[in-house]
Write a protein that binds this ligand. Sequence first.
Ligand SMILES: [Zn+2]
Length: 315
Amino acid sequence: MQRGPDFPRNALLIAVAVALVLAGTYVVVTLRPAAQSSGVKVLTTFYPVYDYARNIGGDRINVSLLVPMTLDVHAFEPTPSSVQAVATASILIYNGAGLEPWIPSIVAAADNPRLVLVDSSANVSLLRVPPAFQKENRTIDPHVWLNPVLAKVQVANILRGLVQVDPADAPYFTAKAQAYSAKLDVLDAEFVNLTANPATRFFVTFHEAFAYFAKQYNLTQIPIAGPFEEDPTPSEIQNVIDAVHAHHLCYVGYESLTNPAIAESIASQTNATLIRLDPIEGLSLTDQALGMTYLLKMQDGFTKFALALNHVGCN
Ligand SMILES: [Zn+2]
């Protein structure tokens, strides 16, 4: 089986992470102890909005995460403790665009009349998922955060929410949001440069998470699984294999938080190399131990896209 250059390094990193856990020195970064901050109690749903809020709110907020850090957000089901967290929060920041279909039910169950709700993808032009993947009331693609330009919209929405619950700290939040948005501008400029004249505009990703990203940079994703991570059928897998051959692609994406077996099989059958293309729907223990952030994960994605878009004809 063909294995990408990531595997030996990942195995080492995982070994280091496990060793740290066993040595008792590993620190879970999901929740900051309340004693460290008396700031506004900010509840966020999943990793990217948690990281945006942390960067904007700094030491003036006490931010926590509803979906466990290592869990793929698509697989999350709320628990009674989720409802309790909403009941005691001042503000609940979520991705929106249908990523968290359970939001209305936990907000109703929490019965918190002072809660401010922030839909971080408000004002974004949302994309529909392809008809084959539409399910009951799930027709909207939620993956806005993988486009740095739309991440700036999310940051602006979160800033508005934080100012609403803590107007006294508005200048502090505004300055931090501007500094973070400037970093997103740098990331965007890097992707604009990378995609100006690539060897190919096609890339293979594990699940269909890159529609907003691909639209922004005039690329075409070839997903193995659908936007809500349904198991691909044998004919869908064959279509990806055919597309890798047709476009002479050298790389096949897999994700840290999802079983890589199907991506490995496709890479093996096409002589392609596996690369990690994470949709940042959570952070693996390895990434947590490495101190990864949304921006660092996007930068890691940039190096992988630089490989995938600049090489063709390997098979
Ligand atoms: Zn997804």
